[in-house]
Design a protein around this ligand. Structure first.
Ligand SMILES: Cc1cc2nc3c(=O)[nH]c(=O)nc-3n(C[C@H](O)[C@H](O)[C@H](O)COP(=O)(O)OP(=O)(O)OC[C@H]3O[C@@H](n4cnc5c(N)ncnc54)[C@H](O)[C@@H]3O)c2cc1C
Length: 413
């Protein structure tokens, strides 16, 4: 793939028009005035039929799983191997991410966590009953989802330092105590995937099993904080969760067993997140470059456009290098999906590391090119700079990506 197809360009234009008409006029409200982003996102989903597509694919998967459970013979599910449709679907997922991130990266974060992490975790590891009960409203964003692993003392070392514990209650259920922090959609989530440790007598803390539960907002003992005030991505509400003797039945244990969604389930989710970050960064870099080129062309100092100075030209050139690299990464991801191939952990992590650093560098230089105006909210490049920083922190910090890349490479020797 060397460029978007004609059909993809048409979709791109439609999404761009939607963003200009429906999102841009509301930017201040969702970024700075605390208006939750979900109504806008629901409108986007309906406008582009993403809810209908999600429902169709949900029904197809459920019908298949039910047939297997009933002992019926079903055709082998094609997991690997080329599929033009899979590539097309991947492209259709990337295009809205890129276009929305030009203006409001937070919207993509809020949507991705709810549908991709929340709904995705249930669809990949949940039982049929759990999928029927919780997944579809998350996949269509009718309900808001959160995915909670981080704690005040457990960030990069999420499993090692995790203090939130589920204790067996002796009747097949569990009692959960602890807290989670920096949780995307935490303040508004209707459904929460909570990842914690199993409190078993005699098992040392570092060897405790990781278990996950599906919680509903309003359960006794579960408290959801107000949104935090943050540096950027105001359109993605972030908050804390407090759990005090929250009683859950075994029906809420994700996957129906204590071994269903442990360390490897959560790590599988990290891989998915990393691929999306390249598309997010591409949208932000494209926008920063567009605004910066225009400004460098129009702004006159010392009798000539600032873009005539080589120091400014170097900044623009470096931005274009980053844009090209990111676009190639996104195209490669789409091609690999179409070919039925998976990235190695090193490649997915390298892509996330590069994308996050490129977005931050480009956005910072965009502010520099805009000078004093770049420091003003009205310029919009200052928002890109604040929004870009989070890409280096969530979904695994830059330092954690470096460790993952090196471990994967060294492990092959
Ligand atoms: C806006 C936002 C949204 C988020 N959304 C979610 C969410 O939905 N769900 C969720 O569970 N979490 C979420 N998080 C949490 C996020 O995943 C963590 O912030 C991230 O994993 C880093 O953990 P930490 O903040 O505790 O940093 P720490 O782990 O304390 O790290 C601090 C610094 O030390 C570095 N460091 C740590 N260990 C090492 C090491 N071994 N070698 C070198 N350097 C190291 C880190 O890279 C970092 O620079 C979110 C965070 C933010 C800010």
């Amino acid at each position: 793939m060397i460029q978007w197809s004609e059909q993809q360009q048409m979709i791109q234009k439609m999404v761009r028009d939607f963003v200009e008409k429906e999102i841009v006029p509301q930017l201040d409200d969702i970024e700075y005035n605390g208006v939750p982003p979900y109504d806008i996102l629901r409108k986007l989903i309906k406008t582009f039929g993403m809810d209908v597509m999600a429902q169709q694919s949900f029904e197809k998967q459920l019908a298949r799983e039910k047939a297997i459970a009933a002992g019926e013979t079903v055709g082998e599910k094609k997991k690997d191997g080329p599929s033009a449709m899979a590539g097309e679907e991947a492209a259709m997922r990337m295009i809205p991410i890129i276009e929305i991130c030009k203006h409001a990266q937070g919207l993509v974060t809020a949507m991705g966590v709810s549908m991709g992490l929340g709904g995705g975790a249930i669809m990949s590891k949940g039982t049929i009953e759990q999928k029927e009960r919780w997944a579809l409203p998350l996949l269509t964003l009718e309900k808001v989802g959160a995915w909670a692993i981080s704690e005040p003392n457990a960030g990069s070392d999420a499993f090692g330092q995790m203090k939130t514990l589920a204790r067996r209650d002796g009747n097949g259920g569990y009692i959960i105590n602890g807290s989670k922090t920096w949780i995307t959609n935490g303040p508004y989530a209707d459904t929460i995937i909570l990842i914690c440790k199993l409190d078993e007598e005699g098992v040392p803390a570092d060897q405790r099993k990781i278990v996950s539960f599906i919680l509903d907002s309003g359960m006794e003992g579960l408290e959801q904080s107000k949104p935090f005030k943050k540096m950027g991505i105001g359109s993605s509400p972030t908050g804390e969760l407090f759990l005090s003797d929250v009683k859950v039945g075994a029906d809420r244990l994700l996957g129906g067993s204590e071994d269903s969604y442990g360390r490897s389930g959560a790590k599988g989710t990290f891989m998915q997140e990393r691929a999306g970050v390249a598309a997010m960064a591409l949208g932000m870099v494209e926008r920063a470059l567009q605004l910066s080129t225009q400004y460098a062309h129009d702004r006159v100092q010392f009798g000539r456009a600032i873009g005539q100075n080589q120091l400014i030209q170097l900044k623009l050139a470096r931005m274009e290098v980053a844009r090209t690299n990111l676009q190639n990464m996104v195209f490669r991801y789409i091609e690999m999906t179409a070919a039925g191939q998976q990235m190695t952990l090193a490649e997915a992590s390298a892509m996330k590391l590069y994308a996050a650093q490129a977005a931050m560098e480009v956005a910072t230089e965009a502010v520099q090119i805009h000078g004093g105006y770049g420091y003003m909210r009205e310029s919009r490049v200052e928002q890109l700079m604040r929004d870009a920083k989070i890409l280096q922190i969530y979904a695994g910090t830059d330092e954690m990506q470096i460790i993952a890349i090196a471990r994967d490479l060294l492990g092959r020797v």
